[in-house]
Write a protein that binds this ligand. Structure first.
Ligand SMILES: Nc1ncnc2c1ncn2[C@@H]1O[C@H](COP(=O)(O)OP(=O)(O)OP(=O)(O)O)[C@@H](O)[C@H]1O
Ligand SMILES: [Mg+2]
Length: 254
């Protein structure tokens, strides 16, 4: 089976004083190799919470996150950080770029996190070349030296996507990647995501409120009442791009 990322029985309850806020009540979900999966759900349903757990940025109360069958959510903090930096790209809703750094430096930062100072000195040129190439692909070849404040929302999102790609991850988790953009810019960002998926085989999990994004994705899941249900009316696993079973392992399960 070609599960890339798999959540099994994930639960998460926040505590605010004495109050308990159960958000995830047993989430099962798979991201398959090469697919674009959309995740929808009303505001407050727990989509960001789930994405942070899948991206190893937060830990579940119960359940496990597996990356290529390895129970990565149970690894030590250091080993978890390696998986997070090397295998899983993350695109935050509000870009999370460092304001003092220019576009090129923001993209390089993702790779700097992977290594020691000595390691960085050895790989610096290669990383910079790769960052330049990625920003070029994002259509930002002439904006390398601009800081985030000097870029539009769509351009910032492109920098954030380039940063997510710098370590050649297998999967990118994106929290409302078009949430703050006008429809034309959203369209451009989505085309870019689909191109990266087709050219590099990177899988995407896209949290979205946009019905168009959801219908364009290979599969769509809905998070409601703390669990996952199929969000399309299509059988889970049936591809929007091709026949059922076009996705390796496309079955009945989420
Ligand atoms: N750190 C926290 N402490 C307490 N409650 C939290 C915390 N983070 C999130 N919550 C609560 O958990 C629930 C789920 O939040 P989450 O941000 O995951 O929702 P979401 O589906 O991403 O919503 P949106 O579509 O508005 O981004 C909400 O009720 C929120 O208030
Ligand atoms: Mg959210």
């Amino acid at each position: 089976m070609t599960d890339l990322l798999r959540a099994e029985g994930i639960t998460k309850t926040y505590r605010a004083g004495n109050r308990k806020i159960p958000v995830l009540r047993g989430v099962d979900l798979r991201v398959l190799e090469g697919e674009i999966l959309a995740l929808v759900g009303s505001s407050g349903a727990g989509k960001s919470t789930l994405l942070h757990i899948l991206g190893l940025l937060d830990r579940p109360d119960e359940g496990v996150v597996r990356y290529r069958d390895v129970p990565v959510s149970r690894l030590s903090a250091a080993r978890k950080a390696r998986v997070r930096h090397r295998e899983i790209g993350f695109v935050f809703q509000f870009y999370h770029l460092i304001p003092e750094l220019d576009a090129l430096q923001n993209v390089c930062l993702g790779a700097m996190m992977l290594t020691s100072v000595a390691g960085w000195l050895g790989m610096r040129r290669r990383v910079k070349d790769r960052a330049r190439e990625l920003l070029g692909r994002m259509g930002l070849g002439d904006r390398l030296r601009n800081r985030p404040a000097q870029l539009s929302g769509g351009e910032r999102q492109r920098v954030a996507i380039a940063r997510a790609l710098i370590a050649d991850p297998s999967v990118i988790l994106a929290d409302e990647p078009t949430g703050n953009l006008d429809s034309r810019t959203s369209e451009e960002i989505l085309d870019l995501i689909w191109r990266i998926n087709e050219e590099d085989g990177v899988s995407f999990l896209l949290v979205t409120h946009d019905a168009q994004v959801a219908s364009r994705a290979d599969r769509c899941l809905r998070l409601a009442d703390g669990v996952i249900e199929d969000g399309t009316g299509r059988p889970a696993g049936e591809s929007a791009r091709g026949a059922p079973g076009a996705i390796p392992g496309g079955g009945k399960e989420a």
